[in-house]
Design a protein around this ligand. Structure first.
Ligand code: MGD
Ligand code: MGD
Ligand code: MO
Length: 766
């Protein structure tokens, strides 16, 4: 019998249950009694809500009217219940049959060239759906498979393979039990992946040092009351998480990590030139008194009976590029590193000291590093720091790139990518008897550019809220309306459905928490966690409507209608039994998915093979590479005389999941009742002649001839470094130029944008 409410939650993230639809954090083999967090529970409640955006709702509202609604109010209408097509005469979504929908969409697709179609994926769809979807796109003839990962961890997908030959992080859960230090960079654990706090807390209680590098003091990184620990719940006793907290300026991470590396390398130099005994005796008199901290650092290493700060054996055996990196670190002056990072030299030396006295260090990071115009270099720097002391590929020492959406990592593993080189195309050709396209498809940014240029005639979204998640909101919304066909497969109503093409379909699907009954019985699906383990997931809730189809069924319906029997994929058979899709995935990727069906519900998941964990480097030179960024900070084309320019970063509140705004409370940051705020440093507020509570406009300060602004935000005084400010995503997205992205990864620079902050006449009407 299907469950609901709290009985449902008891199965969340359990080996026999369903995998949370919120974040991608690891699911342990030995679970806590309740293996979910506040935000996971919220995401579950949001999906199994009793509210419905049903026929009556859509009869009652034109899309023009709904355009004026806030993101929160659109989604709050509840679950979509029936397939719909926009009716131009009434400006409403009207009910249609599934067959009718598939047929018209297929007819449109067939009339287009495959290069004119975008197949977008948000990171929630299962491995089974994702595999079918990419195959559909390729059999149709398109590699245009942009996905949310392009806006998220693409900098990791590009940077990590160059550094260590892995496209994902190498850490697994047991590393948290074996490390003695964690560098926690640019990730907001308390909001974005609260279950990771269990692992952090357990580590801290073992004496592990947590070094936080983040412009904002984030509550979850500072202290944590574990709701799973009755003693903490009853007594209110908190665990202090970060042992040191370094408030780097946004975009200052290259400088900060260079600073830490400089300290490590120069302390190593000191030990080398003076010898361990003399340094231990503090004999190495610093030429310059300001070097005292460095001498003390080197002496502390000597006192611990260590000859070196760096792991020279590892560097020699496993890496390339060290000398160049070390020379760059020595060359950067402390003044420059301090100015760009916003950290003091003493802080960087202190962080280096903590690092050097630890034997197994994890590097955990998130969006504050990847969403930058230098996102790839940021990722390289994390790897460089790890390589200096051999902190990759030994227990407790690995890189943990904390993923966002619950299956965003897995989708890439089964072929959602615009890069044909990352997919076993020959294998697909052999299995399904078709000629896969070999051209490079569109990333999300490429897709936006093509849409702006009028080159895209059809867009299909497998989940997500494309038009809200991307940059350049205003121009993109205008261009979006000119697309001939927009199709969205979704659970809830959002702005990407309201703004629409000339022909528009809204196709409602089952959520992962719901029972998915097919011809062979109730189905399971699977996903990959942030630590590269695969998990089965079985829905348990009653479907929101009897008219919903599952995502695999919708993809198969579209594929069958479009492909009309060409190629040999058994779409119908797959839908009646998803284990057959898993067999196909295993045939396509035999090493990664060995015995997929057998291992589907293995407690703790089953691991994806990652050679870098074994110190096998799948890079072009078979080495782990130090890669030296040629700059500390990007240059922007900004009016140099402007004195009101701050560097904006965009944030998530504790009460949202991406563009899904659950409510208006960012409890951990003390913001209630509004999202229309800008966080500023008190010195900047005063310098700009403003006071807390004033209304201000934010105006993009990059000179490209366009006016981009968001108006009437309320100033909140906040502990954020001078020269920086922060606002919420997606409200701030209209400020971001489309070209403001990492050149290689094309990840938008959502965490660093120069903006003018100007006094406004009034507050925005929310
Ligand atoms: N509740 C909730 N959970 C979520 C999501 C959600 O929206 N809500 N989204 C999911 C998704 S898709 C993702 S990708 C993840 C995102 O999770 P995170 O990776 O935590 O991303 P953000 O919340 O955007 O915040 C990034 C952190 O980086 C810091 N930061 C900003 N700029 C910089 C910088 O230049 N340098 C450094 N060092 N730090 C910086 C910010 O202060 C913030 O603490 O969470 C997932 N989980
Ligand atoms: N300024 C700024 N912009 C950002 C970011 C940022 O930090 N700052 N972060 C970026 C990141 S990391 C990401 S991942 C993207 C997110 O971009 P997307 O993944 O495109 O957006 P979401 O908000 O996660 O999508 C929410 C919608 O997904 C649909 N949905 C929910 N569950 C399901 C399901 O089970 N199946 C289907 N088919 N649909 C479902 C619902 O209709 C819901 O409205 O945004 C990016 N944009
Ligand atoms: Mo993400």
């Amino acid at each position: 019998m299907p469950f609901d409410g709290s009985s449902l939650l008891a199965h969340q993230n359990k080996p026999d249950g369903y995998m949370c639809v919120s974040c991608a954090w690891a699911k342990p083999a030995k679970t806590h009694p309740l293996e979910f967090c506040e935000n996971g529970a919220k995401a579950t409640a949001w999906e199994v809500t009793h509210r419905r955006a049903d026929r009556a709702f859509f009869e009652g509202h034109t899309l023009t009217e709904l355009e004026g609604w806030h993101d929160h109010d659109l989604e709050e209408q509840g679950r979509l219940t029936h397939p719909m097509r926009w009716d131009a005469a009434t400006d409403k979504y009207v009910p249609v049959s599934w067959e009718g929908a598939f047929e018209e969409i297929a007819r449109e697709f067939r009339a287009l060239s495959p290069k004119e179609v975008e197949f977008y994926t948000s990171g929630r769809a299962s491995l089974e759906t994702a595999y079918m979807y990419q195959l559909f796109a390729r059999m149709y003839g398109s590699n245009n498979l942009p996905d949310c990962s392009n806006m998220c961890h693409e900098s990791s997908s590009v940077g990590l393979p160059e550094s260590i030959g892995a496209s994902v992080g190498t850490a697994v859960l047991s590393d948290f039990q074996n490390c003695d230090c964690i560098f926690y960079i640019a990730q907001n654990v308390g909001t974005s992946s609260p279950r990771l706090l269990h692992d952090l807390q357990d580590a801290v209680e073992r004496g592990v040092k947590v070094v936080a590098i983040n412009p904002l003091h984030e509550r979850g990184l500072e202290r944590f009351i574990n709701p799973q620990a009755p003693s903490q719940m009853l007594t209110g006793k908190e665990t202090k998480i970060a042992s040191s907290y370094y408030q780097v300026k946004n975009g200052g991470d290259i400088a900060a990590i260079f600073g830490i590396s400089k300290a490590l390398i120069e302390a190593d130099d000191l030990l080398k030139s003076y010898g361990i005994r003399r340094v231990a005796g503090d004999d190495a008199k610093a030429k310059d008194p300001s070097d005292a901290a460095m001498v003390a650092f080197a002496a502390s290493i000597a006192a611990a009976d260590k000859k070196h700060v760096l792991d020279h054996d590892f560097i020699k055996e496993h890496t390339a590029g060290f000398e160049e990196f070390a020379a760059a670190a020595r060359n950067h002056s402390w003044d420059e590193l301090e100015r760009v990072s916003g950290l003091t030299r003493d802080q960087m030396v202190e962080a280096a000291k903590t690092y050097a006295h630890s034997d197994a260090v994890m590097m955990v990071y998130g969006m504050g590093l990847t969403q930058h115009v230098m996102g790839v270099q940021n990722v390289h720097m994390v790897a460089n720091l790890a390589l200096l002391r051999g902190n990759i590929g030994k227990p407790g020492a690995n890189i943990c790139a904390v993923r966002g959406h619950s299956n965003v990592q897995g989708q890439r593993t089964v072929g959602i990518t615009e890069k044909p080189g990352l997919v076993p195309l020959d294998k697909l050709a052999e299995l399904y008897e078709f000629e896969p396209p070999r051209w490079t498809g569109h990333t999300t940014i490429d897709a936006c550019k093509a849409i702006l240029a009028g080159e895209i005639k059809a867009f299909i979204g497998l989940g997500g809220n494309f038009i809200r998640a991307i940059p350049e909101t205003e121009a993109m919304e205008a261009a979006w309306r000119k697309i001939r066909l927009t199709v969205n497969i979704a659970t809830k109503l959002n702005r990407s459905h309201i703004i629409h093409g000339e022909i528009a379909y809204l196709l409602p699907c089952l959520g992962r928490i719901e029972v998915d009954e097919q011809a062979s019985g109730p189905q399971a699906v699977s996903m990959e966690s942030s630590v590269a383990h695969f998990h089965g997931s079985r829905g348990r809730a009653k479907p929101a409507s009897s008219e919903l189809l599952s995502e695999p069924a919708i993809v198969a319906g579209l594929a069958q209608a479009t492909l009309q029997g060409s190629g040999k994929a058994p779409w119908k058979e797959w839908v009646s039994d998803y284990s057959k899709v898993r067999d196909a995935i295993e045939q396509t990727y035999p090493e990664t998915f060995k015995d997929f069906n057998k291992r589907l519900f293995q407690p703790g998941g089953f691991a994806r093979p990652l050679p870098a964990r074994e110190r096998k480097w799948v890079t072009s030179n078979k080495k782990a590479n130090f890669i030296t960024p040629g700059f500390l900070f990007p240059t922007f084309d900004v009016e140099t005389s402007a004195t009101d320019v701050l560097h904006l970063t965009t944030l998530r509140s504790n009460d949202q999941f991406n563009t899904t705004v659950y409510g208006y409370s960012d409890r951990f940051r003390g913001i209630e009742g509004t999202r229309w705020v800008v966080f500023m440093n008190p010195i900047d507020i005063e310098r700009l002649g403003l006071v807390e509570g004033n209304a201000v406009d934010l105006i993009t300060a990059i000179n490209d001839g366009r006016d981009r602004r968001i108006a009437g935000l309320r100033i909140v005084t906040y502990g954020i470094p001078e020269g920086t400010c922060a606002a919420y995503y997606p409200e701030a997205n209209p400020l971001f130029p489309l070209d403001h992205h990492d050149p290689k990864a094309k990840t938008p620079g959502y965490k660093l944008l120069p903006v003018h902050v100007r006094r406004a006449a009034e507050f925005a009407k929310e």
